[in-house]
Design a protein around this ligand. Structure first.
Ligand code: T1G
Length: 675
């Protein structure tokens, strides 16, 4: 798992464990043996460690977590490198992350290419750097920078790391040659652990007071702080023991198991079980978008930001101008935050071709329809596209609920039709539901998945059903939340249960943000439901400063007595006497019922795997990542508990409720969804 070559007294060790040089058992054993060889061989006066392939190392092998350590541990290997009597130099390119950077920190010197990135992302896996990172990093950079790197988990550039003192030298042209020359000039080791920590407890407190990443109940960041304090207060060997103890407590915890699940779930979602390996994605060079509204404009921005030219079509100049104005404003807002340069804004906008000429789409490789949710309108558009688009063009609908199969059959090329369901705001939300129709050809599906990644999205394949994966699971949640209102709960109580769980907002806060009037029949005289009543009263949500809540000029919500009266009138009409509703009942009827719907989505084959459903909710709706997603959370809660809860409230959930046979079977067999 490593290669070694000795040249001019320098032993070059190359980590060779594709695809990311993860520091698994074999790599650790080979590394330890190579260091022992260097120690014993008088002809060797220095060691260089670098990575084969595209990076130095992506860190410890996450797949080994939870298994018994049956080989030399990474901390032990790093301690041996640090103790080596000959200088050891890390030569970094690509990424040095987690244990990969910790390995480099145990080396005596570090050289890197300017393009390299180094970081300690362990916190995103619910753990902390467990191979000396929390103790050695603050001995190379100041403790504030060390804590920020460790708590944020985000990599920094080698150039920044060089400024901080983490990297000793930036390579010029050829990393291997420069590292060799660098090593040749070093005569003695320089153990990182022998250096003093740069900073004190007050410096740590300052970061703790200001960091938005440190939240009560989220374990890993709090442990990172404890480890950094140990670095300040204790000698290296004791600090390493504190770090190790904190690491093992975290790695065994539910939050880390959930975060590691999320890491692998996102990557698994990219795999299509029946996609032959030889199906190559088609090249998408020119994109067309129909509709310059909120969704069309947001979708267009994804492609423009990725450097792809976009033609955007509208039916009126006024709508076109408005759409372009919103896009430019969004870009300029991003530039104002320093996340884009003005030149990048102009470059993106320069790739946009606005037009009223629908036939201009004839040369497009991918055309995305993003008009409002009306099947007749969509079928008309796809029939028109069928007449003008080139034969190999991919025709996609951004529909969020409607049947992609029915849309496809409005063309003579249903095999070219697919759903690309973006989530609003489309230029921000990372989730893309790739809706695979009954006729969608495999190359079209493969191209959609590759294009999604090209524009920075996290794609999940969905089959065709009403609402696909995410919105279909939203339906029982919203239905039960509304029913609970009529039975005695308040919007604030229901939303609080959800935000306390970790959701960014609850069902009614979400309705007010998205618009209470979505799907409303627009006839104020026809009042049959709570939504009708609110919409008829002009309470369309945040955009009218009144929905389920009242809003001030800063869009801060307050419970509305008007809404309470509307709810009370509906209770009276339905003859419902309000009762006290427990938070537990809200949890079961809104969150457990989502799991039940997710199980139905699985048993119908709409989702390929349970973890895909988790990815949809993590990236499309802000499900708290430290619980892993609805299906993983349900398994951690216990499927027996989920079934018991749903059974207990089945009567209250009305005749429309039915327990998923798959969920019941898995709970009886005490299995997970993917067993
Ligand atoms: N362990 C095991 N497998 C890994 C891995 C890892 N560290 N990193 C990636 N993979 C797999 C991944 O699942 C995928 O597998 C394939 O490699 C390509 O990954 C002691 C304990 C390095 C930036 O958190 O951020 O060190 O799907 O598609 O886009 O303190 O991978 O092909 O079967 O992401 O080029 C800390 C995690 C570990 C970094 C490359 N390290 N990895 O991105 O490839 S914990 C991390 C990444 C640790 C120490 C602690 C990225 C990447 P498959 P990919 P990529």
């Amino acid at each position: 798992m490593i290669e070694q070559v000795e040249r001019d007294g320098i032993l070059e060790i190359v980590l060779a464990n594709p695809p990311v040089n993860a520091l698994g058992r074999a790599v650790r054993e080979d590394l330890a043996a190579a260091i022992a060889r260097a120690e014993a061989d008088p002809a060797i006066r220095a060691v260089v460690i670098r990575g084969a392939g595209k990076m130095f190392s992506g860190g410890a092998d996450i797949t080994e977590f939870g298994s018994l350590p049956d080989a030399i541990s990474l901390p032990e290997v790093i301690d041996r490198i640090e103790a080596c009597s000959k200088p050891v130099i890390a030569a970094i390119h690509g990424h040095a992350l987690g244990g990969g950077l910790e390995l480099a920190l145990g080396c005596h010197y570090r050289i890197a290419t300017p393009q390299a990135k180094v970081g300690l992302p362990e916190v995103s896996l619910g753990i902390l750097p467990g191979a000396g990172g929390t103790q050695r990093l603050p001995r190379l950079v100041n403790v504030e920078a060390a804590l920020e790197m460790i708590v944020a988990g985000a990599p920094i550039s080698a150039i920044k790391a060089h400024e901080l003192g983490l990297i000793d030298r930036l390579a010029d042209k050829d990393l291997a040659a420069d590292a060799h020359a660098f090593a040749a000039g070093i005569t003695a080791p320089r153990p990182t652990g022998a250096r003093h920590v740069q900073g004190d407890l007050e410096a740590i407190e300052r970061i703790v007071q200001t960091s938005k990443l440190i939240k009560p109940g989220i374990d890993a960041p709090l442990a990172c702080i404890a480890a950094l304090k140990a670095a300040v207060e204790l000698p290296l060997d004791q600090g390493l023991l504190v770090e190790r103890d904190l690491f093992f407590k975290l790695v065994e915890g539910d939050q880390s198991k959930a975060l590691r699940h999320a890491f692998f779930a996102e990557r698994a979602a990219a795999k299509i079980t029946d996609m032959p390996a030889d199906i190559a994605p088609m090249s998408i060079a020119k994109v067309g978008i129909i509709g310059a509204g909120t969704m069309g404009g947001g979708i267009a921005m994804n492609f423009l930001s990725a450097g792809l030219p976009v033609m955007i079509v509208e039916t009126s100049q006024e709508a076109l101008d408005r759409g372009l104005g919103v896009m430019r404003a969004n870009y300029e807002a991003t530039a104002a935050k320093g996340r884009m340069t003005p030149e990048q804004v102009e470059r993106a906008m320069s790739l946009l071709t606005p037009t009223l000429d629908f036939d201009g789409l004839a040369d497009r490789d991918l055309i995305i329809e993003a008009v409002y949710e009306n099947m007749d309108v969509k079928k008309d558009i796809f029939a028109r596209l069928d007449a003008i688009a080139k034969p190999e063009a991919i025709l996609a609908s951004n529909t969020s609920y409607l049947s992609v199969d029915e849309i496809a059959l409005a063309t003579r090329r249903p095999q070219q039709v697919i759903g690309l369901h973006f989530f609003s705001p489309a230029n921000v939300m990372k989730l893309l539901e790739v809706v695979r129709g009954a006729h969608t050809a495999l190359p079209v599906l493969a191209t959609a998945m590759a294009t999604a990644r090209q524009i920075g999205k996290v794609p999940v394949v969905s089959g065709v059903c009403h609402g696909f994966i995410g919105n279909r699971m939203l339906s029982p949640r919203q239905d039960e939340a509304t029913a609970l209102l009529l039975e005695g709960a308040s919007p604030a109580q229901i939303d609080r249960v959800h935000t306390a769980f970790g959701m960014p907002m609850g069902p009614f806060q979400m309705a007010d943000l998205a618009g209470v009037d979505i799907g409303w029949h627009r006839d104020p005289a026809r009042v049959e439901t709570l939504q009708d009543a609110l919409c008829a009263a002009g309470r369309w949500g945040q955009k009218t400063k009144a929905g389920f809540y009242d809003y001030d000029d800063k869009r801060r919500p307050t419970p509305s007595p008007v809404v309470d009266e509307v709810i009370a009138s509906f209770r009276d009409q339905a003859g419902i006497l309000p009762r006290a509703i427990s938070d537990e009942e809200i949890t079961v009827r809104t969150l457990y019922s989502m799991v039940n719907e997710g199980a139905k989505i699985l048993e119908e084959g709409i989702a390929q795997r349970a973890s895909d459903i988790d990815v949809v909710w993590l990236y499309g709706y802000g499900w708290p990542r430290h619980t892993g997603g609805p299906m993983f959370w349900a398994q951690q809660t216990g499927l027996v508990t989920i079934v018991d809860g749903l059974t207990r409230y089945a009567g209250a959930m009305g005749e429309g409720f039915s327990l998923s046979p798959l969920l019941l079977a898995k709970s009886i067999n005490q299995e997970g969804f993917d067993d």
